[in-house]
Design a protein around this ligand. Structure first.
Ligand code: UDP
Length: 159
């Protein structure tokens, strides 16, 4: 694995996760963090942020022509979000499975969306959809100095 410029692979793979404003309001942060910790992933960055529309427009630029785009931007700027970076083997794909489908109605019980929400416009959590998007999103939401390197004491029991 290369170091801090991105290109993290294997056990150093990283993903960007955000607990959306409804997730924060509904006190789901602890439960969500708990699931990632217990799965065996390592938290490398976390902060509570009121995202600017500029940041959100950049984050969701691929959806700019969708009918729900403006609703999505106002939803995401309606309150603070908890932005996080989690690290571990296959974390991008595994996190997406833990989240469930975009539409909570399609999300199985046991997933975050399948357990905690019902409506696509209030689906409580974001997770990067590929390693490439993860790298872009991490760079967009975090400064390099906010990404922490630390040795996990449980590492040899997880890998
Ligand atoms: N979204 C929505 N209506 C839709 C599809 C998506 O409000 O019909 C919102 C929803 O909050 C979703 C976000 O837009 O999480 C981004 O959509 P995307 O297709 O990237 O889904 P995700 O990767 O978040 O599952």
């Amino acid at each position: 694995a290369r170091s801090d410029e991105g290109g993290w692979t294997g056990v150093n793979e990283r993903t960007f996760i955000a607990v959306k404003p409804d997730g924060v309001q509904r006190r789901l942060l602890g439960e969500i963090v708990r699931r990632f910790e217990k799965r065996g992933f390592k938290l490398v960055a976390v902060k509570l942020v009121k995202a600017s529309e500029e940041l959100l427009r950049e984050h969701y630029w691929q959806l700019r022509n969708k009918p729900f785009y403006s609703t999505l931007i106002s939803y995401m700027s309606s309150g603070p979000v908890v932005a996080m970076v989690w690290q571990g083997l296959d974390v991008v794909k595994t996190a997406r499975k833990m989240l469930g489908e975009t539409n909570p109605a399609d999300s199985l019980p046991g997933t975050i969306r399948g357990d905690f929400c019902v409506e696509v416009g209030k689906n409580v959590i974001h997770g990067s959809d590929s390693v490439e998007s993860a790298q872009k999103e991490i760079a967009l939401w975090f400064r390099q100095s906010e990404l922490h390197r630390w040795e996990s004491s449980t590492k040899t029991w997880i890998y």
